[in-house]
Design a protein around this ligand. Structure first.
Ligand SMILES: [Zn+2]
Length: 380
């Protein structure tokens, strides 16, 4: 069946049913976004063209096993086959992607490396996961890649898409194995750990630390595995059984994400901001070629705040900085400070993406406020 390129809805709309069903299991913190209505011949169309040119279309005649599994996934999720076109392309990378062509159609792509790695059941999970992104309109997101917002939103979308993946394949073991394999790139030949033991370990809510060495994946992957198990307990019991409600389950997932993904992310951002703060404050202190007493005390106050956040001893950073510049000429100090300020700025840009201006303003206004306060105190 040809891909539906019209983008128009019909009355008997099973795609709408599929979207509604996906909405019902959307993870609470994966915020619904406006669907990009009637996308023009944009990125999706070009992506489809590239895939048709360079990839191998999944079809009953050429790839019968994959085609049969994909068609099973589509019917379980109630997605019309005219909505999805899928391709395999040659690459050793472990990659799967979903690209929206319009509101009613998407193109899936799977690298040959991924296909080689997965069993057919695991492929069903990954295909379902990618279709989940389409059903939930994840591609319509406006969030810039690289921003903190994106990094907070991205894992939430993965949690939702994993749920659709599980509904598509029906086996939590296959889902967890697919996550582990795509996470580390190893297949059955090498991945010898006991998946069911891993699952029972994750199932025990009292297992507190997903960072422990006993967990053979990155914390974020372990969070996704555990979220999938919780969802399986919910959906496997017909939903709401055994006292598990979806909102309670979402609360557990939120706690895990907060502890293992968001908290480290925020800490990292704070470190980059503090680094920028250090050099911006040092720059303000020495830019006129003199380090006046009030500037010294403003610098000391600001760096004490940095030390407290980083858990360093009192005046650690201030003393280190002073130790470094003592004996240098004024011009050398200024050059040194400006160079470090440039480096810190570059890292902050990398870390914050489209939020850079706001974060920079945040830091600079704090520094300027402290300098103002100390100046006022000194000239009273
Ligand atoms: Zn995904």
């Amino acid at each position: 069946m040809p891909l539906d390129l019209s983008g128009r809805s019909t009355m008997t709309d099973s795609l709408k049913d599929a979207q509604d069903a996906a909405q019902r299991v959307r993870y609470a913190r994966d915020r619904a976004q406006e669907r990009a209505e009637a996308q023009g011949p944009g990125g999706g169309e070009r992506f489809r063209f590239d895939m048709a040119k360079n990839g191998l279309r999944i079809s009953p005649s050429v790839t019968p096993d994959l085609a049969a599994r994909l068609s099973a996934v589509l019917s379980r999720l109630r997605v019309p086959s005219s909505s999805i076109e899928a391709y395999v392309y040659q690459s050793s990378e472990i990659q799967a992607m979903c690209c929206m062509v319009n509101v009613r159609a998407a193109v899936l792509s799977f690298s040959s490396g991924l296909i080689q790695l997965l069993s057919l059941e695991e492929f069903e999970f990954v295909a379902g996961h990618e279709i989940g992104h389409f059903l939930l309109g994840h591609e319509a997101r406006a969030t810039n890649v690289g921003s903190l917002d994106y990094f907070l939103q991205y894992p939430a979308q993965e949690i939702s898409a994993d749920r659709i993946g599980l509904l598509a394949c029906g086996s939590v073991e296959a889902g967890v194995r697919a996550l582990m394999k795509t996470g580390c790139g190893l297949g059955d030949d090498h991945l010898r750990f006991d998946v069911s033991a891993y699952i029972s370990q994750l199932r025990d809510l009292k297992t507190p630390d997903l960072r422990s060495a006993a967990m053979p994946t990155h914390p974020s992957m372990a969070v996704r595995c555990r979220a999938l198990l919780w969802f399986d307990m919910y959906s496997g019991s017909g939903g709401g059984g055994r006292g598990t409600s979806l909102s309670k389950l979402d609360g557990l997932v939120a706690k895990d994400l907060e502890a293992f993904c968001e908290q480290p992310m925020r800490q990292r951002l704070q470190q980059h901001k503090d680094d920028y703060l250090l050099w911006y404050a040092a720059y303000l202190a020495v830019e006129d070629g003199r380090l006046e007493k009030y500037e010294q005390s403003a610098l000391k106050t600001l760096l004490a705040e940095v030390d407290t956040r980083a858990g360093e001893p009192q005046d650690y950073t201030y003393n280190k900085l002073m130790g470094h510049v003592t004996g240098m000429s004024v011009a050398d100090v200024l050059g040194f400070v400006m160079e470090r300020l440039q480096d810190a700025r570059k890292l902050l840009i990398q870390e914050t993406g489209d939020r850079y201006a706001a974060e920079k303003h945040d830091v600079e206004s704090l520094v300027e406020r402290r300098f103002g306060e100390c100046r006022k105190a000194a000239f009273k």
